[in-house]
Structures are given as structure tokens and as C-alpha cells.
Design a binder for this molecule. Structure first.
Ligand SMILES: Cc1cc2nc3c(=O)[nH]c(=O)nc-3n(C[C@H](O)[C@H](O)[C@H](O)COP(=O)(O)OP(=O)(O)OC[C@H]3O[C@@H](n4cnc5c(N)ncnc54)[C@H](O)[C@@H]3O)c2cc1C
Length: 476
């Protein structure tokens, strides 16, 4: 059976494909396929080879229950691995007045898939951080029999929270929930980074966008509120859906894919883009309505780098220099940056990189330090900023995006210790992964304890996490 991901940049064939609907069936499948390589897929919204398997593939979409209980006087949800986040949020809200502690930009992913790659939103930790109990199907190292293990603490929990699917089959997760809340939001455009960062304390859930061609900052100020939803909220929902989720994307895709006009793209950002945003319009809505978008409506590809807070301003300045350089402005990279690139042996790669014109707002989100071993914001103290680059080029015409993403990931890993998102386009190699993730060895140790035969790693994980030679072609 052929399996394609959302971005259509990853495609693979599996020998065996199953959609089990119970834990018993999963254990029976593990027994039947003892010794075979096993991978689980969620909703295939990853752009990296984390999803690839060529032997046994399981899709747990039929296991989607959501059960709420109280532990230590806190609301707590036990969620089956295949439940989509949109289903979970709907169940928690309508039946219990609760919600998840954080949300990414979309809610199409499964809970296990989202956690496995450190999926995050803005102003909170990543989803993985909030998971406190994980049940995993794997093989018992002493008997070799398929078994279920429950992980609740220590490095085992930190590894399982963001596991890239390498510990075993996640059956369910236990996650702290919180009471449903309202968000108040408005937009503002500022010229420089410092006002965008200064407003963080007042608007902890804000995110901001560096606009291509203009290089000013569109801030989406967001904070929790106890004010009431008004009739304007309904108007805003329609306005946002029609103007941003649909019209903006159609215009960008039209200019990029069909008209292929650099001049029109520049004109759009210079003169029209700011007009599509009503600055200062204060709206209040339920958390899931303002923290998410319908970003999955149009196929695209994305690379996202996580920069430690102390490097953010230099990293954003570098991004701007690099994008302008690749767009033909050869003077945009200053001598100090060339010197830095040369010191790391990266200058030839940048000089020889093919041209690339970026055409989508660059989203910047703060992610608090995660208590995990290898999520991108894993850290003992420092927050990370996720900087994302999206391309709407058609799947057959992405060569320039890939070369840009490769240059971006390699150079920012050296210059700013930037970590690429495991679930997005992720051209990271084993040497870089070892340097970027100080707890990678601890992660491997936990995996080896839970998966003593290595059947739950795929070739990509073997190559990047275990530095094993494989015949894997890079994803494209
Ligand atoms: C339009 C779009 C918007 C996005 N927005 C965001 C965002 O705002 N923030 C963000 O951080 N990311 C975002 N992402 C990335 C996305 O959240 C991740 O790639 C996520 O992993 C996808 O979840 P999935 O359910 O599709 O899992 P898949 O992509 O199918 O799988 C991801 C990983 O999880 C593993 N896995 C899945 N289920 C299990 C299981 N039961 N047991 C063991 N391993 C399992 C898979 O083997 C694989 O390694 C976005 C992606 C898209 C396409």
C-alpha cells in the first residue's frame, strides 16, 4: 500500500498496513510480526521522514476515546493515541468545559503524532511537556512477548513525551487539562523587533510575523481574558476565515504558482498585505478559535528552526540577510556575517546556493523550556523561539525551497544552535543532532531499554539519532 503525507514530499510503500481498534489487536499484531520493523502513522502531517516505514505500518485512527478524571484535584484526560486534536478539544469543551494546555496552529494531528515530534503553539511549552503518563505497546526484554508498559516518571517519561515513535507503539496518553478560557486578540505592525518582544509580558500568547520584502513585524497580540464574547466575535470568525484562511492564501498561491511573478509578489507585500489586516480590532473568542487557523486547507511545505532566546535577535537579522541575498541582493549579507560563516566553513555553501524568493510571512513563536529529552524546546531553563518558513510551491517545483531550507538549517545550527522541527522538513544530520541535543544519548538509552531489538526505529531515526549508516535517500 502506498502512503503519502500531507505535504506530498514523503511517499512510501508498506508491506503490511493495519488499522487496529483495540489494544488486544495491537498486541496480537506485534506477536504476529515479531522481529519485523513497525511504525505507527498519525494523520501524516509531518514533512520529515519520521513517518516512513516499509514493513508494518499501523494507523490507530479507530482508537480515539477521550476520558476525563480528576487526579490530585486536577482535571486530567486519558486520550487514546489515534484521537485527533480537534476531536479532543471538542469533547473536552462540550462535555467538561475543559481544554488542552496548549494548541498548535492546526488541530488535524493525532495526540500521539503531535507529541512524538514536539508540536507547539505560542507562549506555552510544547504539547509533549504536559503529558504525564504514556502507555506503550512493545516487547518484554526478558520474554520477547508483546506487552504493555506504563511510563509515568523520570527520563523514561521525558523520552516518551517526544519519542519520534522510537520507544514503541503509544496506546494512550494522560495529560493535564485546564478550564476552557477566552483569548483577547488584536494586531499591530511595528518596525523593529524590540517592541514585539517588549509586549510579550502583557500578551504572553502572542506570536509575530516577519513580513517578506518589507521586513517589519506584524504582531498578533494575544492574552487570556475574563471579558465576554460579543456579537463581533462571530463577524470576526467569518472575516478571518474568508480574508485570511482562504483569500490571502489564494492570492499568494496565484501569484507564486500560476503567475510566477516576483514583481507582483513584491507589490503585494509592499502595498496590499498591510491593508488586509485591521490593526487594533480587539476580538474575544474561545481559546481554540483564536489560537488556531485553517492552515491545512492548501497544501504546502514548511521548515521551522528553534533558536534559544539569547540568539533570537541575531538569528532574525541573519534570516533577513540570507533571504535578501538569495533573492538577488548580493550586498545584503554584511562583512561580519560573512566572517561568521567563514569561521564555520559555511560561506561557500551560502555563496553557491541557488536563488530563492520567500513568499510567506515568517511566523515567530515563543516556546517555553520543555521537560523532555529531545523536543526542540528541550532545555533546563531557556525558552526557544520557533521561526517558520512556509512555501506554497507545488510539490513538483520545490527544488529552490529545499536548497534554501538546507542552507538555513545548516547555517543556523552552527551560528545559533538552532534545532529544526522534527516533524517539519528536517535536513539535520547525526553530528548536528548530537551537538544540538545534549540529552540525545539519554534518549537512545531509554529507547534501547524499551525497544531492545530496535524494531520501532525507522531508517531516518537510525541515521539521525543513532548515527547508523543507512541507504536512506533524503526526503524532498
Ligand atoms: C498544516 C500544518 C500545520 C502544522 N502546524 C504546526 C504547529 O502549529 N506547531 C507544530 O509544532 N507543528 C505543526 N505542524 C506539524 C505537525 O504538528 C507534526 O508534524 C505532527 O507530528 C503531525 O501529527 P500527525 O498526527 O499527523 O502524526 P504523523 O505525522 O503521522 O506522525 C508523526 C510521528 O509520530 C509518530 N507516531 C504517530 N502516532 C504514534 C503512536 N501511536 N505511537 C508511536 N508513534 C506514533 C510517527 O511514527 C511519526 O514519527 C503542522 C503540520 C501541518 C501539515
Amino acid at each position: 500500500m502506498r502512503i503519502n503525507n500531507f505535504g506530498r514530499n514523503v511517499s512510501f510503500a508498506a508491506k503490511h498496513f493495519y488499522e487496529p481498534d483495540s489494544e488486544e489487536e495491537i498486541l496480537e499484531l506485534l506477536t504476529r510480526h515479531r522481529g519485523d520493523a513497525v511504525r505507527v502513522v498519525g494523520r501524516l502531517h509531518s514533512w520529515s521522514d519520521a513517518i516512513v516505514g516499509d514493513d508494518v505500518i499501523l494507523d490507530l485512527r479507530k482508537m480515539n476515546s477521550v476520558r476525563v478524571e480528576r487526579r490530585n484535584d486536577q482535571p486530567w484526560a486519558i486520550i487514546a493515541a489515534g484521537a485527533q486534536i480537534k476531536h479532543i478539544v471538542q469533547e473536552l469543551d462540550s462535555k467538561h468545559g475543559l481544554t488542552l494546555p496548549t494548541l498548535g496552529l492546526i488541530t488535524e494531528q493525532t495526540i500521539a503524532g503531535a507529541a512524538a515530534t514536539g508540536t507547539h503553539g505560542s507562549g506555552k511549552h510544547s504539547l509533549s511537556h504536559y503529558i504525564d503518563e504514556i502507555r506503550i505497546a512493545t516487547y518484554d526484554p526478558s520474554t520477547g512477548e508483546a506487552t504493555v508498559r506504563c511510563i509515568v516518571e523520570g527520563d523514561e517519561l521525558r523520552a516518551a513525551r517526544c519519542s519520534l515513535g522510537c520507544l514503541g507503539i503509544v496506546l494512550s496518553v494522560g495529560i493535564r487539562c485546564r478550564k476552557q478560557y477566552l483569548i483577547e486578540q488584536h494586531f499591530r505592525i511595528v518596525k523593529h523587533l524590540s517592541p514585539a518582544l517588549d509586549s510579550e509580558s502583557e500578551y504572553p500568547q502572542q506570536q509575530f510575523f516577519l513580513l517578506p520584502f518589507r521586513y517589519d513585524y506584524l504582531i498578533q497580540h494575544r492574552q487570556e481574558t475574563t471579558k465576554k464574547i460579543s456579537w463581533m466575535t462571530h463577524l470576526h470568525r467569518w472575516y478571518w476565515f474568508l480574508s485570511t484562511d482562504v483569500a490571502l492564501h489564494l492570492v499568494l498561491i496565484g501569484i507564486r504558482r500560476w503567475l510566477r511573478s516576483h514583481v507582483l509578489m513584491r507589490l503585494f507585500y509592499r502595498h496590499l498585505a498591510p491593508l488586509t489586516i485591521i490593526q487594533g480590532w480587539n476580538v474575544i473568542d474561545k481559546s481554540q478559535n483564536l489560537l488556531t487557523m485553517e492552515h491545512h486547507l492548501f497544501r504546502h511545505i514548511e521548515v521551522e528552526i528553534f533558536v534559544p532566546r539569547r540568539h533570537l535577535s541575531k538569528a532574525l537579522a541573519f534570516v533577513q540577510e540570507l533571504l535578501q541575498y538569495l533573492d538577488g541582493n548580493l550586498a545584503s549579507i554584511g562583512q561580519a556575517t560573512w566572517d561568521d560563516l567563514e569561521r564555520h566553513g559555511l560561506h561557500t555553501m551560502v555563496r553557491e546556493s541557488p536563488s530563492y524568493t520567500h513568499h510567506y510571512p515568517i511566523c515567530v513563536r515563543k516556546v517555553l523550556a520543555d521537560d523532555t529529552l529531545i523536543s526542540m524546546a528541550s532545555s533546563d531553563e531557556e525558552a526557544y523561539y520557533a521561526i517558520s518558513f512556509i512555501s506554497y510551491d507545488s510539490p513538483t517545483n520545490r527544488a529552490s525551497f529545499h536548497s534554501f531550507a538546507n542552507v538555513l538549517v545548516r547555517s543556523t545550527a552552527h551560528l545559533f544552535n538552532a534545532r529544526p522541527h522534527w516533524g517539519k522538513y528536517c535536513p539535520v544530520d547525526a553530528l548536528a543532532a548530537e551537538r544540538l541535543y545534549p540529552k540525545l544519548a539519554a534518549f537512545r538509552a531509554v529507547c534501547e531499554q524499551y525497544d531492545f531489538q530496535g524494531v520501532f526505529r525507522n531508517k531516518w531515526a537510525s541515521k539521525v539519532v543513532w548515527n547508523e549508516p543507512t541507504s536512506l535517500e533524503p526526503c524532498n
